[in-house]
Structure formats: structure tokens, C-alpha cells
Design a binder for this molecule. Structure first.
Ligand code: CP
Length: 303
């Protein structure tokens, strides 16, 4: 995987995803700070965040630092030369000469692919508009494997904003590759795009969680993506449509896990946090060993 761009989850074969997981397993103690590593000493990762982020940016940075590497980057374009009119092309051309790989988040779908065409250094897509978020999918699958021992044959409910939510676009494709049963639960206005549906095996599609919660091994909840709506009135109509709480989870299997890429707004009640169902904070932590593994593989220090 040395030198590879990671733009879409479709860029990775099943065996490559499994390789990321086995390397991630070997890095958990380093991610926890219990063991030291200098595997990425002298390597520099550039983080180009044209949109807000907490988990993706900081877990990539933590992954680099835990492996002895360093990070440069920005998360406020107002403090960069973008504010003076510099375009994405020139920004990428310059940043590639300052770093060994770059992670980019951008509001426009296709921006990460465009950056990869310009850069000779590896480019990792950290979210391109409503497009994809492939490294989120890697940590989501890793979390499911840890929780359930495997993914094939498991029933996964994808709930919420399936139209604009980039994490579910990547995840649905990967779940299909791994043989999970996919249930799409969203308001009609926020259905999974046809181009994704064409590529996945769908068990059922509907608007009500209650219709499938008893079958679920995983309930993967997403935020309604307010920032992507062209019309605020449309968002107001749909926000708050789904809310998972401990009462609703009484209908679920005891071992059913609840996941969320985070941030949550109101989709998961705080009373779920203290139940055995809550896996979203463990999911967020798993971003560190998984991103450590991915960086080690694409920077060629692990094969
Ligand atoms: N899951 C995720 O992408 O979170 P951030 O927006 O905080 O990076």
C-alpha cells in the first residue's frame, strides 16, 4: 500500500482493509501510550481542513505523534493564503513539497480526488462534501469486528441522513463488500443516493427504526447534516426526526451496539451512554490505531 491515495473506500480491496485491521491490532498499546514507537520518525503529515473537524484531524495528529512523526497544517482557511485567493491546485502543489502525505477535508465533493491528481505524495480523503469519508469507514468496520467478532451476516441499520452523510456512503459500500445485511432507515427526503444503492445489497428500506430494530446487530446513527441543506426550512422540518434512547433500545437485542461517527446533536439521548449498547466513544478511540496503521502502510514503514 506504499504511496497509495485513499480517496474512496472502493480504492481498497477486502484483503487490504483486513491488513489495516491486523496492523491496527498491533498498535493499540502505542495508541494508548503504553508503548513507545518511532516508526514514523522524520515523517511529516500535512492536514488541510477546509471544514471543521474534531475527531478526524486530532486522531490523525495523535496517530502521527504516537509513532514519532510530526504534523503541519491548518483548520482555519482565514489564516491561510486561501483567504488571499490562492486556489486548491496551488495549495496542494506547495503542501506536497512540505510533507510526506496529506489529509484533506473539503466541502466540495471530488476535491480530494482532484488533490490526489495534483500531488505526487499520498492524499487521504478526510471527507469531501457529501461524497465519502473512507477512513471513518475503516474505523467503523474495525469497531464492528471488535464488538461482534465479524461482519458477515450481521444486520446493520443505517439511520438518519443517508443523502448528505458521507460516512454512510463509504460504510454502505464496505458493509456490502463484507457481506453484512444493510437496512436503510431515513426520511424519504434524505434517502441513500441511487448511485450508492446500485452498488450495495439492501435487505430493507424504510422510514421507521421500530420496523427493524429487533433484527439489528448494529444501529449506526447519523446526524442530519444541517450545513449541506440548500434550504434551512427543509432542515427545520427534518431535524429531530430520529432519537435513540434507552427506552427505544428495550426493543433491541441485548448485544446490539449503537454507533455514531459523531458529533451527535440530538440523535442519541445521553441516557444511552451508560448502557452496554453505547459504542460511539470506543469507535472514536479506534480512529487512532486504525489511522496509525494506515499511515504506516502508505508511508511504507510496514508492509
Ligand atoms: N467522525 C468525524 O468525521 O468527526 P469530525 O467531523 O469531528 O472529524
Amino acid at each position: 500500500m506504499k504511496g497509495r491515495d485513499i480517496i474512496s473506500i472502493r480504492d481498497l480491496k477486502k484483503e487490504e482493509i483486513e491488513l489495516v485491521f491486523s496492523v491496527a491490532d498491533s498498535m493499540v498499546d502505542i495508541a494508548l501510550g503504553k508503548k513507545e514507537s518511532n516508526a514514523l520518525e522524520h515523517k511529516i503529515l500535512a492536514t488541510l481542513f477546509f471544514e471543521p473537524s474534531t475527531r478526524t484531524k486530532m486522531s490523525f495528529e495523535s496517530a502521527m505523534l504516537r509513532l514519532g512523526g510530526r504534523c503541519i497544517g491548518f483548520s482555519d482557511i482565514g489564516a491561510t493564503s486561501v483567504a488571499k485567493g490562492e486556489n486548491l491546485h496551488d495549495t496542494v502543489r506547495v503542501v506536497e513539497s512540505y510533507s510526506d502525505a496529506m489529509v484533506i477535508r473539503h466541502p466540495k465533493e471530488g476535491a480530494a480526488r482532484y488533490a490526489a491528481e495534483i500531488s505526487e505524495k499520498p492524499v487521504i480523503n478526510a471527507g469531501d462534501g457529501s461524497g465519502e469519508h473512507p477512513t471513518q469507514t475503516l474505523l467503523d468496520l474495525y469497531t464492528m469486528k471488535k464488538a461482534m467478532g465479524g461482519i458477515a451476516g450481521k444486520n446493520v441499520l443505517l439511520v438518519g441522513d443517508l443523502k448528505y452523510g458521507r460516512t454512510v456512503h463509504s460504510l454502505a459500500r464496505a458493509l456490502s463488500l463484507f457481506g453484512a445485511g444493510i437496512f436503510l432507515i431515513s426520511p424519504r427526503e434524505l434517502e441513500m443516493p441511487e448511485e450508492v444503492k446500485k452498488e450495495i445489497n439492501i435487505e430493507a428500506e424504510g422510514e421507521r427504526i421500530e420496523d427493524h430494530i429487533r433484527e439489528a446487530d448494529v444501529i449506526y446513527v447519523t446526524r442530519i447534516q444541517k450545513e449541506r441543506f440548500p434550504d434551512p426550512a427543509e432542515y427545520a422540518k427534518l431535524s429531530g426526526r430520529y432519537r435513540i434512547d434507552s427506552k427505544l433500545l428495550e426493543m433491541a437485542k441485548k448485544e446490539c451496539i449503537v454507533m455514531h461517527p459523531l458529533p451527535r446533536v440530538e440523535e442519541i439521548a445521553y441516557d444511552v451512554d451508560s448502557t452496554e449498547h453505547a459504542w460511539y466513544f470506543r469507535e472514536a478511540f479506534n480512529g487512532i490505531p486504525v489511522r496509525m496503521a494506515l499511515l504506516s502502510l502508505i508511508m511504507g514503514v510496514v508492509e
